[in-house]
Design a binder for this molecule. Structure first.
Ligand code: ATP
Length: 219
């Protein structure tokens, strides 16, 4: 069985994260999914929710989910909070802690895959993990970036067994459900006093309400 990290801002966490991740556990055979909230350094535009609020929402979100979900706080409690969290550093740290033989996957949506060339040392990510890509409505299946596309072509597998036979190195495009949900849409809906109860777990919705999050006006 494979362990996975699922990085994100989670401002807030929603079913567009949780439902594809749940489906992945069955499709690929994941023993654990650690939600990995990222650190946004002080000089960057900040998420609307504080780090503590993002973490509180993650905790509430997984309360009623299967025990496969956990939270990895290493990026938000790092001693390098002045820097953005670089996935490559997190993966390297994970390998130091867990060794090189255990399988590790990193989950991302199709939009993140398309933005990969902006990531620090993106071409070496596969030295540490497999990438599991979840489909996302509105994002192209192929990229215009020739370098990225040839990197994908060189590493893509359609065989789930490959993900279990080696500890890292493959890209797998999952057949996860298409969930047309984004945190931006949720924040906008709340600010416009529209309900988006069905887009995220009830406990997270309740928390947003009691904290008055994402709303310039009163909800
Ligand atoms: P925002 O709208 O604020 O940009 P977001 O909804 O994209 O946020 P993030 O926390 O930035 O959420 O995303 C974390 C990870 O989850 C990214 O890899 C992203 O691609 C993936 N993801 C987010 N929403 C979906 C979705 N609806 N379907 C598939 N993947 C998703």
């Amino acid at each position: 069985m494979l362990t996975a990290l699922f990085g994100g801002t989670f401002d807030p966490i929603h079913y567009g994260h949780l439902l594809p991740a749940m489906a992945l556990t069955k499709e690929v055979g994941l023993s654990q999914i650690s939600l990995l909230p990222n650190n946004i350094p002080p000089h960057k535009p900040q998420p609307e929710a504080s780090t503590e609020q993002r973490l509180a929402m993650l905790k509430l979100a997984i309360e009623d989910m299967p025990p496969v979900f956990s939270i990895d706080t290493r990026e938000i409690f790092s001693d390098k909070l002045m820097q953005p969290s670089y996935t490559i550093n997190t993966l390297q740290q994970w390998r130091i802690e867990n060794g090189n033989s255990e399988g590790l996957a990193f989950i991302m949506g199709q939009d993140s895959l398309l933005s990969l060339p902006t990531w620090n040392h993106w071409q070496t990510l596969l030295d540490y993990c497999h990438l599991l890509i979840c489909r996302r409505p509105g994002y192209a299946e192929k990229t215009d970036n020739a370098e990225l596309q040839s990197w994908i072509d060189a590493h893509q597998t359609i065989n789930i067994e490959d993900l279990h036979k080696t500890a890292n190195g493959y890209i797998y495009f999952a057949h996860t459900p298409l969930e047309d949900i984004s945190a931006t849409e949720i924040r906008d809906n709340i600010n416009n006093q529209q309900s988006c109860k069905d887009l995220l777990p009830a406990k997270v919705w309740q928390y947003i309400h009691t904290q008055g999050l994402y709303s310039a006006k009163k909800m």
